[in-house]
Design a protein around this ligand. Structure first.
Ligand code: AHM
Ligand code: MG
Length: 332
């Protein structure tokens, strides 16, 4: 079939890929495709701003003023503005919830998709020129089109995601996303201004030997099973690799195999990462690649959220590694 041939051709542009997939749904009115295009567009703008972060004064704290007397904005606040603006102008999103915003940002009431976004994750790495990322999820609203979005529309479990993905601003910029039919990665070709398909149908190795965790705070891990698993990693001479940028750590583990762990700690009894902005999206992505994501007791995608900014422990990556961790947690 022509469309599926286009969809798996390396080098096809994201735009063409989106269009060819849209053709498989004759009833589609293109709203979802527009939404993906808006996310991609905003990510290109953010990418440009990240690349010049060392040159102009946008790395400062919010509240400072630059030489021109303008309010300076931190890059994570700026990224939030870029994504909100693109989604607002595109008209395909009815609301956004963001790690940078307290509550729901209402957009086009006549649209049907809600976007949950961490506009710039790992922002402590910006100032030191280390990879950072954007993480996003798309949900279908439950309330009637034409009305304002309410909390119930936003607090859907990860299993209800229509699409999810991330943008990695690294040695190259990549957009990786799924609509529930496999996982594909697109690399940004800056001279063309286009994302092109570079990593079709990504699969994560079922087992590997890399673990990613902030082990420096291991004394504050509250579950004894975590220490059992970490000892197992060391006994088997696993490589410890921790960038401290979730997207970068997950991306590496997706391509090379591995497990990422952020357990509950004394200071963060529910873990540090946000269910709606980080865990759900990456759980959907990793499951689509054949991996697994759990909070230690439950599949991440099955958690019923009760708050927009809810946190969760996160153990995610290669299937057998996550299963070994689960066994350690229950004392097997
Ligand atoms: P952020 O959303 O404030 O940027 O925090 C999330 C980040 C993740 O990218 C990363 O994996 C984790 O926090 C690192 O936390 P820690 O410094 O505690 O290891
Ligand atoms: Mg974050």
């Amino acid at each position: 079939m022509e469309s599926s041939r286009i969809a798996i051709s390396i080098g096809v542009t994201l735009d063409r890929f989106i269009r060819s997939n849209e053709k498989q749904y004759p009833q589609s009115v293109g709203e979802f495709s527009q939404l993906l295009r808006d996310i991609a567009l905003a990510s290109k703008v953010v990418n440009r701003e990240i690349n010049k972060a060392g040159l102009i004064d946008i790395m400062g704290a919010v509240g400072n003023q630059n030489a021109a007397g303008d309010e300076q904005q931190k890059l994570d606040v700026l990224a939030d503005i870029r994504f909100t603006r693109a989604l607002s102008k595109g008209g395909a999103a009815c609301a956004i919830i963001s790690e940078e915003e307290e509550g729901i940002v209402q957009l086009n009431p006549d649209a049907k998709y809600i976007v949950a976004i961490d506009p710039l994750d790992g922002s402590s790495n910006i100032d030191v020129n280390v990879s950072i990322g954007t993480i996003f999820s798309v949900y279908r609203r439950k309330s009637a089109v034409g009305t304002a979005i309410n909390l119930e529309d936003c607090l859907q479990p990860g299993s209800a995601q229509v699409a999810a993905g991330y943008v990695l601003y690294g040695s190259s910029t990549m957009l990786v996303y799924t609509t529930g039919q496999g996982l594909n990665g697109f690399t940004y070709e800056a001279t063309l201004g286009e994302y092109v398909l570079s990593h079709p149908d990504i699969h994560i190795k079922p087992d590997a030997n890399t673990y990613s965790i902030n082990e420096g705070i291991s004394k504050s891990f509250v579950q004894p099973g975590i220490h059992v698993y970490l000892n197992h990693c060391k006994e088997h001479h696993y490589a410890a690799r921790y960038i401290g940028s979730l997207v970068a750590d997950i991306h590496r583990n997706l391509l090379k195999g591995g497990i990422y762990l952020y357990p509950a700690t004394i200071h963060h009894p529910q873990g540090k990462l946000r269910l709606m902005f980080e865990a759900n999206s990456l759980a959907f992505v990793v499951e689509q690649a054949g991996g697994k994501a759990t909070d230690g007791e439950k599949r991440i995608l099955d958690i019923e959220p009760t708050q927009i900014h809810e946190k969760t422990p996160l153990f995610i990556g290669s299937l057998q590694m996550v299963e070994a961790l689960e066994n350690a947690l229950v004392g097997n």
